[in-house]
Design a protein around this ligand. Structure first.
Ligand code: ATP
Ligand code: MG
Length: 313
């Protein structure tokens, strides 16, 4: 593994809703080295996207942020809007789940890529065209000269996602953040896109934060994984260690819940707890489970902070 690129330390994000403040992320600490793909896995509402938004400086305005996010030793917290914007155009880029939302339906796809170069470089029109064709080839698009003139709706979902990826890497960002980038695609195309993302990171000596709720996807792509629950990282480590020897009972539960085709016909396991909504979280009372007779035992098994009697230590 290479040098450390991103270091997040004790990051807290809370939402101000009315007069109250609710903890959305707490004590988030991890780092991303060059040449590494770090996965973020967790159930819906666990804080995966907010972690990404914190690094991109695109958190909603009613949030309070504490802690530190350093990109190559440069502190990002409290940067001005202008600096964040610069950062997002040069150093950190985002790939979303649904390509249609990141593409302009009325503009030819090649032009959309070349517009990014127009904004951020002094390249001539011809240079921009050449670079655009090159990057379209690099993301595995065929007949790029023809494709350049297509509109997004004329392409398949997989091709659209390749265009979005081309847009995300054309400025050579140091860090790519991919938030559920293949959820909208069918399995074969998904595998192709995952392989592409992996090869881009390794070839360019880049780094990626890869968000997914799908362990299958995470295990195909990531070197290292953060497991989140209710705004906190419960466990992190190398993917093979987490899969073969998970330390936290919650991670074990998530892994047990991965569907296994060999157990066809058997009922699927799911953790009998749900991630509490933000407004159900009282700061300091993590893991924020409303303990009832029914869930006390399971909660105590999964979160050692909770005693068998259903009270918190
Ligand atoms: N703009 C917002 N205003 C209020 N609460 C928010 C906002 N954005 C996120 N939240 C809350 O913060 C928590 C974490 O949200 P986040 O979007 O990070 O979850 P996630 O892990 O990405 O989930 P999913 O798998 O559904 O995408 C959730 O409880 C969510 O409801
Ligand atoms: Mg999300």
């Amino acid at each position: 593994m290479g040098n450390s690129l991103l270091e997040v330390n004790n990051l807290d994000v809370s939402f101000k809703i009315g007069k109250k403040t609710y903890p959305a992320l707490e004590d988030i600490t991890f780092k991303i080295n060059e040449n590494t793909i770090v996965g973020v896995v967790g159930e819906s509402g666990s804080g995966k996207s907010l972690t990404a938004q914190s690094i991109l400086g695109i958190l909603p305005t009613n949030t309070e942020v504490e802690g530190s996010i350093k990109l190559e030793n440069d502190e990002l917290i409290n940067k001005s809007m202008k600096d964040w914007k610069k950062l997002r155009s040069n150093e950190v880029s985002l790939i979303f789940q649904e390509p249609m939302t990141s593409l302009n339906p009325l503009m030819k796809v090649g032009k959309q890529i070349s517009e990014i170069l127009k904004k951020h470089t002094n390249d001539s029109k011809e240079q921009r065209y050449k670079k655009t064709i090159k990057i379209m080839n690099e993301v595995g698009l065929k007949r790029s000269e023809n494709l350049y003139h297509s509109y997004p709706h004329e392409l398949s979902g997989g091709m659209r996602q390749r265009i979005v990826i081309a847009m995300a890497i054309i400025n050579n960002p140091k860090l790519i953040i991919a938030d559920e980038p293949t959820t909208a695609l069918d399995v074969t195309i998904q595998a192709q896109i995952l392989n592409l993302l992996k090869s881009i990171v390794k070839k360019r000596n880049g780094a990626m934060l890869f968000i997914s709720h799908d362990w299958g996807v995470i295990s195909q792509v990531c070197d290292y994984v953060l497991v989140m629950y209710a705004g906190q990282i419960v466990e992190q480590g190398l993917i093979e260690n987490l899969l073969n020897n998970p330390q936290h009972p919650y991670t074990r539960g998530l892994i047990k819940a991965i569907p296994d085709f060999r157990k066809r016909g058997e009922a699927l396991y799911s953790i009998p707890l749900r991630v509490p909504a933000l407004t159900e979280r009282n700061k300091g009372e993590w893991p924020y489970i409303k303990i009832t007779k029914e869930n006390a035992q399971c909660a105590a098994e999964i979160f050692p902070e909770i005693t068998k009697e259903g009270t918190k230590e």
